[in-house]
Design a protein around this ligand. Sequence first.
Ligand code: FAD
Length: 460
Amino acid sequence: MISKSAIKKLTQILGEEHILTNKDDMSPYCHDATHNLFPPEAVVFPGTAIEISKIMQLANKELIPVVPRGAGSGMSGGALAIKGGLVMSMDRLNTILLIDEKNLIARVEPGVITGHLQEEVEKIGLFYPPDPASLNVSTVGGNVAECAGGPRAVKYGVTRDYILGLKVVLPNGEIVGIGVETAKGVVGYDLTRLIVGSEGTLAIITEITVRLIPRPEKKKTLLVIFPDIFSAAQGVSNIIREKIVPTTIEFMDSLSVQLVRQELNFDLPKGNIALLLIELDGDQWQIDTYSDRVSAICRDTGSMDIHVACDGKEAAELWMVRRGLSPALLSLKPDKINQDVVVPRSRLAEFVMALSEIGRKYDLMIPSFGHAGDGNIHVNIMLDRDNKDEEKRAEKALKELFELVIDFRGTISGEHGIGISKKPFIGMEVSESVLMLMRGIKEVFDPNNILNPGKIFDDI
Ligand SMILES: Cc1cc2nc3c(=O)[nH]c(=O)nc-3n(C[C@H](O)[C@H](O)[C@H](O)COP(=O)(O)OP(=O)(O)OC[C@H]3O[C@@H](n4cnc5c(N)ncnc54)[C@H](O)[C@@H]3O)c2cc1C
């Protein structure tokens, strides 16, 4: 419980207008995209790293849990105040500080919306590739903390591949700079890479230096229609085997297609069809050559039709349909257990067949879609939590899903992180010795366990 005197000190640090303590005012900060509810005791809106440092010194002294928060779009409960305490919003830290064309870098505050950074750098011919489907709401800080990926990861990699350096506030309030602003740097342990994906448990990120690349000249978007999910998954494996690396290869299984049929501006064939949304980028010669080869591979794998987006507007519409899929799922059932497993790309077809088997066995709808090009599949176990029998079956199906993924030499999370959702399952993938190393790292950074406690693993 935060003491009245601590609230008073926080108000002195921030000013009255930058702290919330009223229950109703704090309601937007009680949940994230998992839809779990955990009310904090106060929400603070610092405007500088120095204010964050002062807040952390106080929290460390009075043992107040602090949960950093970007846009709250996280899918694993990372931004939830599961132990009460403070939610620290990055809303006010939302400035692009620098775009440096000579050195191909940008420096931003953590609350900058990812899509906004992309638009700004693209205006001057540069490119920041990480593109989570939430890019119009999620923040660069949240992306760094989760090591967000996105459709373009097939060709360009994930957030970690673009982070050069960070300024962070440690749980004891110390402000430190880590990493570099240069194209290379190997001085000491790579703490930048450690903080990326640390889910707000090691330090609060207050500044981010990202690497930029030249914006690809052109792109081409294809929507490929397959008669079933098996041939679509086989199509993905075949494209990769032919050593073609498209910018994206997203897939939607037949249940997902049902949800978006009416959103698309053209008729799709009836039946249990599956779709691949493939994007290629580069110069005109590259995209034409690769699009011919990709189309030929898809036809050989049994595709029924290939629709080429006629212009940028149509391509954007196709992407909007894909990005709208995750929320649209809730029209099937009121609840979903959303997982982002990854399997080797060569085994995608085998995996989706095994997945439908799990659905049949437990009599559950399990639509899947996602970043098939890097083997990252969003598996959604749909359920109604008021139906206790269905809930039990869903939990069994979830465990079986993770066993399957490990059996396939995959990983239980490609981009959403562990947070609280996957905490019970981390030991299925990570050995006890490795978990001990991770706990040791947490203890070095945060001996009092005040920064986002109870996330990734139970309290030490
Ligand atoms: C519709 C939808 C689609 C999505 N698609 C994708 C996708 O394609 N790829 C993908 O990777 N994710 C996806 N996500 C998940 C989510 O958007 C990402 O995890 C995103 O990176 C979270 O950013 P955020 O700003 O919302 O962070 P939050 O949800 O607010 O926080 C996420 C984590 O980061 C920590 N954090 C936030 N800011 C800081 C900071 N400054 N310092 C330290 N820690 C911090 C929080 O404590 C928490 O642990 C999707 C979510 C939705 C709702």
